[in-house]
Write a protein that binds this ligand. Structure first.
Ligand code: NAD
Ligand code: TDX
Length: 335
């Protein structure tokens, strides 16, 4: 199988490419990525010389560039997105462009090249917040942020292309991922690296908001299963079953690094902050998937990875990210 992976230079996409190349010796991967601030070819250093891997530097919104990459492609897996909620609050335009329009461009390519499978990587955030219980795949979409609204818009186009044009599409909606190569703007890598740099850990509001955490390779295994065995036209929730509030996560990170809790800095809450995400994953479990990793062990390993791989995150934090982060930090503390 020859797979076009879009957004493969990001966090989950790069882990997915690594998994596919090692698990399926007969598969080829073409990675098409725009290399935004979040795209980083360092994430793929260990596989860039693999003869079954190739890279195309392009934007998914560019229909000609996407068409040029479609030669011999059997399946598309779309990870490409603007993915950070806080950035979507600061400026939604890029989110709507990539997450909605870019998805449409890929669906058109899937349609005109008659691909065998199109997998859209979506998120549990499209369902919105839930105080009690868990969302299943048939629940209505009630996104709260420009990010989740854009992802929901992409999902709607995917289902419409399946219904109207017969595009063989599947959607996965996963919970919060963590692990190696996650850009240090998301809470876990941001807090680990801040602690390592002896900086404060900016905890939003009272720290009681709950996320369901999944180790990235568990999500990638589920995506791989859905790609090969999922039912066309279906949506699959993929969650780790590890619901934790943000304060608990923060304390676990500080504990793993032997740092004291004075590092925690309460900062004003994120506007529109969803209180809790929770999804029912029985459907993907019926396909034969279950998370393989324990949360506490994976978190400790993740902390160790950032400790051992300063080369990876230090250059990110000393460049563009540092300027963005400093601006956000000053804004929050002056409001
Ligand atoms: P990421 O921000 O680390 O990576 C996104 C990648 O997409 C980057 O390599 C970037 O360069 C690329 N990209 C962005 N715009 C592009 C464009 N117009 N054309 C081509 N490439 C473009 O994101 P991630 O955390 O790896 O998330 C991957 C996908 O999974 C996203 O669709 C996201 O919505 C979804 N998701 C993420 C999580 C999570 O916890 N990280 C959870 C659920 C779903
Ligand atoms: O500095 C911070 N302080 C803080 O308290 C940051 C960055 C986050 N938080 C809180 C906000 C959330 O309750 O931590 C929680 C997690 O925040 P993020 O890491 O920004 O993730 P979240 O907003 O939950 O979205 C993530 O999971 C779903 C990904 O960024 C999305 O791409 C994915 O769809």
């Amino acid at each position: 199988m020859k797979i076009l992976v879009t957004g493969g230079a990001g966090f989950i996409g790069s882990n997915f490419i690594r998994l596919v190349l090692s698990k399926h010796p007969d598969h080829e991967v073409v990675n098409l990525d725009k290399l935004t601030y979040a795209g980083n070819l360092d994430n793929l250093r260990d596989i860039e010389a693999n003869p079954r891997y190739s890279f195309v530097h392009a934007d998914i919104c560019d229909a000609d560039a996407v068409a040029a990459a479609m030669d011999g492609i059997d399946a598309i897996v779309n990870f490409a997105a603007e993915s950070h909620v806080d950035r979507s609050i600061g400026g939604p335009a890029d989110f709507i462009q990539t997450d909605v329009f870019g998805t449409y461009v890929l669906l058109e390519a899937a349609r005109s090249h008659n691909v065998g499978r199109y997998v859209q990587i979506s998120t549990d955030e499209v369902y919105g917040s839930i105080r009690e219980g868990s969302f299943s795949e048939v629940d209505r979409l009630q996104p709260s942020s420009p990010y989740s609204a854009s992802k929901a818009g992409g999902d709607m186009q995917v289902m419409a292309y399946h219904t109207t044009f017969g595009v063989p599409a599947i959607i996965t909606r996963s919970s919060n991922n963590f692990g190696p190569y996650q850009y240090p703007e998301k809470i876990i890598p941001l807090f680990i690296t801040n602690a390592l740099e002896n900086k404060k850990l900016p905890l939003y509001g009272d720290g009681a908001n709950v996320r369901d955490w999944i180790y990235v390779t568990d999500n990638c295994e589920a995506i791989d299963l859905v790609l090969h065995q999922g039912k066309i036209g279906e949506i699959y929730n993929i969650g780790g079953g590890n619901e934790r509030d943000n304060l608990s996560i923060t304390k676990l990170i500080l504990g793993a690094l032997d740092k004291d809790e004075e590092k925690i800095q309460r900062v004003p809450d994120r506007p529109g902050h969803d209180f809790r995400y929770s999804i029912d994953c029985s459907k993907v479990k019926e396909l034969g998937w279950a998370p393989a990793r324990s949360f506490e062990d994976s978190l400790r390993e993740t902390v160790d990875w950032y400790v051992d791989n300063c080369w990876w995150w230090e250059k990110i934090k000393s460049g563009k990210f540092a300027r963005y982060y400093q601006k956000q930090y000053e804004k929050r503390n002056s409001s």
